[in-house]
Ligand binder design. Structure first.
Ligand SMILES: [Zn+2]
Length: 563
């Protein structure tokens, strides 16, 4: 949306100078707004970085824009806010006139009106009913007021837990930042409708387990009941859920009902990549939110995936859209510091990778503008998920039994502040997304010798697959570049290519296994004449495969591809 920040600043500059007589009236206005609407939005002049950081420990800061600080206060924040003795202005609550509700599910699914709560719930279940093999509904938990917090899982073989990277989108954690949940429902429908079209959507659905939680704070969005009227940022307890995740800097944070459920849900999955959709600004915000001086190990990678999101948006949006900070991208704490934020929790505690996407300067996007916002963003919604295909993917197994091992994957000379990842103990699979470069990793697990795998070269938009065999005594690791295959493209359509230079003149046996380990294709005595080996995979159904080559010397080489 064209931003209105310049108009706002002119209006506000005249308003922040207050006399003490007016302050009493202002306090009353604050209480009155909270009573009437469940929250009050206040604005005050930016007091300086450290001062704002202190204020943020007491009350939820919503945004910093053009030298002004905006806070949305619930009843429980007011005393703490008044104790700060700030000169502030209450922003009058306007009814969201353009937040029009649909009359029916059919109307809501044209995506230019806001669904009622009932319609929302129906749409979620309708998608699963309409696409029973690709979509199912899961319940993350219940809100304070007992509404269900729902998630859609979208993947081929959706009722199976496949060895595919899991990715997660979530929206409306701030209940009054409205547009995210409509766009997420539309994204779910878009993925399902395009799941067999051979394009990126198909690759995503076939090779990832995509989880979408459109509405993570239903009590806030539907504060007044079935239609959206005066939605609140906080949950029904007045808790700002994005300041309420466990935080090493603030041990006093106790997660509220919705976040307890969300933490349990996320811990039960193994999300390698996620994004959390908000509004009130137009920017992508990456970790850390809580530390200014700690630069994340994967800062460059984070910046680049955000850059790609914003650049793709800019190709399809009006000029002023999503151009804040570094043309739409900012490292969280550079903007302002927060504690208890979700993105830091996910990235630090769960070894995930999460960014926060602020979709619109206007929190309550007029319903008629939702299609425009979709058009600006949907390519980036898809493209962002694609990142989960790339970097180092691998499997850690016991060298004697072949059983999967839950191991710590540490990038030497790079990982810090909890940026390492773990392989899934049930499958042995791991994903370590990294910027292009040559990387050395160690793989360690209790009861096994730590294995080093050196010289793994990552190139842009490529996946390197390695198998690591751990033993208690001696190494059976497949060193990259020797027993590892380079396979492209990722994902592949009807053919895969292997870098076969080292096999020239050799006769190979090729076996392809599906992710359950079953042999699905076998070729023997394959004579390799040049550097590129092409294998037809058009008969294989979409999914992940392990390919194993044995040369005349009996040496075994493995790799993985996605069809
Ligand atoms: Zn927000």
């Amino acid at each position: 949306m064209p931003c209105k920040k310049h108009i706002l600043i002119i209006i506000l500059t005249g308003l922040v100078i207050m006399a003490s007589a007016q302050e009493i009236a202002l306090d009353e206005k604050l209480f009155e707004q909270v009573e009437k609407y469940g929250q009050a939005e206040v604005v005050f002049e930016y007091p300086g970085y450290d001062q704002l950081n202190e204020i943020g420990r007491l009350i939820p800061v919503a945004k910093l824009e053009e030298g002004m600080v905006y806070c949305v206060l619930s009843a429980s924040d007011i005393n703490a806010f008044l104790s700060l003795n700030l000169k502030f202005k209450v922003i009058p609550r306007e009814p969201g006139k353009a937040v029009e509700s649909a009359m029916s599910v059919e109307e809501a699914m044209k995506w230019d009106l806001y669904p009622t709560y009932g319609q929302y719930d129906t749409i979620v279940h309708k998608l699963a009913n309409d696409y029973p093999f690709l979509c199912r509904v899961d319940t993350i938990g219940e809100s304070v007021e007992g509404r269900l917090i729902l998630a859609l899982k979208i993947s081929d073989n959706v009722h199976e837990d496949e060895n595919e990277p899991e990715v997660f989108y979530t929206a409306n954690m701030h209940g009054d930042e409205l547009q995210g949940f409509v766009l997420m429902l539309r994204l779910a429908e878009h993925l399902l409708m395009n799941a067999a079209n051979g394009e990126l959507e198909q690759a995503l659905v076939d090779s990832l387990e995509i989880w979408i939680n459109p509405l993570s704070n239903p009590d806030g969005t539907y504060h007044r009941g079935d239609t959206i009227t005066y939605p609140t940022r906080a949950n029904a307890n007045g808790t700002d859920l994005n300041r309420n995740f466990p935080d090493p800097l603030n041990p006093s944070i106790v997660p509220d009902v919705e976040n307890v459920a969300m933490i349990d849900f996320m811990r039960s999955r193994n999300f390698v990549l996620s994004a959390n959709f908000h509004s009130g600004y137009e920017v992508l915000n990456f970790p850390w939110d809580r530390w200014l001086s700690k630069i994340p190990a994967d800062s460059v990678w984070f910046y680049n995936i955000c850059r790609k999101y914003a650049d793709t948006v800019h190709q399809h949006s009006v000029a002023a859209y999503m151009d804040s900070y570094n043309n739409g991208v900012v490292r969280g704490a550079v903007w302002y510091q927060i504690q208890g934020g979700r993105q830091d929790y996910v990235t630090y505690e769960l070894q995930g990778r999460e960014v926060t996407v602020e979709l619109d300067d206007t929190k309550e996007t007029p319903a008629a503008q939702l299609p425009l916002l979709w058009d600006y963003n949907y390519r980036s919604f898809l493209g962002y998920l694609e990142n989960a295909f790339y970097g180092i993917h691998g499997k850690v197994v016991d060298g004697n039994t072949g059983e999967p091992v839950g191991a710590k994957i540490f990038v030497v000379g790079h990982d810090k502040d909890s940026s390492h990842v773990y392989s899934d103990p049930h499958t042995g699979m791991f994903v370590r997304m990294l910027s292009p470069g040559t990387w050395n990793i160690t793989v360690s697990a209790p009861g096994y010798d730590t294995r080093a795998v050196n010289g793994i070269t990552i190139t842009e938009s490529q996946q390197e697959f390695i198998t690591v065999k751990l033993t208690g005594t001696s190494s059976v690791t497949d060193p990259p570049g020797e027993n590892k295959l380079r396979i492209w493209p990722v994902p592949a359509a009807n053919h895969i290519f292997l870098d076969a230079g080292k096999f020239t003149g050799s006769r190979l046996s090729v076996s392809i296994f599906n992710q359950s380990g079953m042999l699905v294709h076998e070729m023997k005595d394959l004579f390799v004449e040049d550097n590129k080996l092409e294998i037809n995979i058009s008969h294989l159904s979409p999914g992940y495969y392990i390919i194993s080559l044995t040369d005349q010397g009996g040496r075994n080489y493995t790799g993985r591809f996605i069809r």
